[in-house]
Design a protein around this ligand. Sequence first.
Ligand SMILES: *Cc1c(COP(=O)(O)O)cnc(C)c1O
Length: 369
Amino acid sequence: MIKCANPSEQFKSHQSRIENAVLNVLRSEHFVLGDNVDNLEKEFARYIGTEYAIGVANGTDALELALRALNIGIGDEVITVSHTAVATVAAIEATGATPVLVDINSEFYSIDTTQFKETLSSKTKAIIAVHLYGHAAEIETILKICKEHNIFLIEDVSQAHGAKFKNKRLGSFGDISCFSCYPTKNLGAIGDAGLITTNSAKFNSKIRMLREYGWKNRLSIYPGRNSRLDEIQAAILRVKLEFLEQDNLKRVNIAKFYSEKLKGIDAIELPSIKKDCLHVFHLFVIKLKKRDELIEHLKKDGIFAGVHYPVPVHLQEAYISRVRTSKSMVVTENIVKEILSLPIYPELKKCETEKVIRSIENFFTNEIN
Ligand SMILES: *Cc1c(COP(=O)(O)O)cnc(C)c1O
């Protein structure tokens, strides 16, 4: 069986290091917000290239706390995309602000910057730019619009740990940037975890308060949350962070191999990479008309492809009446029927990648016959 993502294989490849790190926590006296969290924050900030990093409980919380740190709440609007993990929108909704969901461009599936501009209102306080699938959104254009209109930029880097634009890591462009470390992500814990990066001392100290009841010296000066990161997850993430560059390179090589072998199949649209970008292939997403038939065919060969995502957030029951959208959502609504995520993770073996390719080739050969 070949899965779309496979965090247990990743555990096996670093097993003794991870087991030792966890044992050290179990035998210590600190279980939440201790030395491992402190060190992870320092190491991650250095890796991303920001002044500060803050550990939190998960990626959704990271986004919610970032918005709260910017004083965003009821009566405000926050722009993002509908073609994203529901978490991006859930975090906005949790603050009381209104999510404004903008269509995506058809080449890279990131926010359509023309429509982004048209959707701005006097209530717009921030944009959450999602770096989907491991690839940068149009960061320069987005930054320019943010400056012109005096709105904050939050990056959602949950799918792009380590990715770059013009040699700078994503997560270092925004006022505040947010990362999920859910097990399947490029930097994944063995449980839930999240990280926030920023260059602002002010936001850094406010987020540190917000993640623990809004406390300063054990008195709440903001209405806060509990979003602490525990030592076990931080210890695991410190081990995995050491291998992130190497693991991302493995993803890139698998992506190159897929692209090389599948480029002859006209019915498949392969992922394209923007100029000046390091894409870290959290997902390898192809587009084709016979998507559902291919999923079934792959399944028969023991290959489990995914769909990220099958239903845009603005069409999901919980959010239909709670979001505003851009005038057109046509790209978002059409591509969900045609996108397919092929298996990709650092431990995926060459013979397994070949098996996936062969299965796809067979699907198209049989179809012609
Ligand atoms: C995974 C993910 C999140 C949510 O993270 P959790 O840790 O599951 O809360 C947010 N945004 C994007 C783009 C994601 O892929």
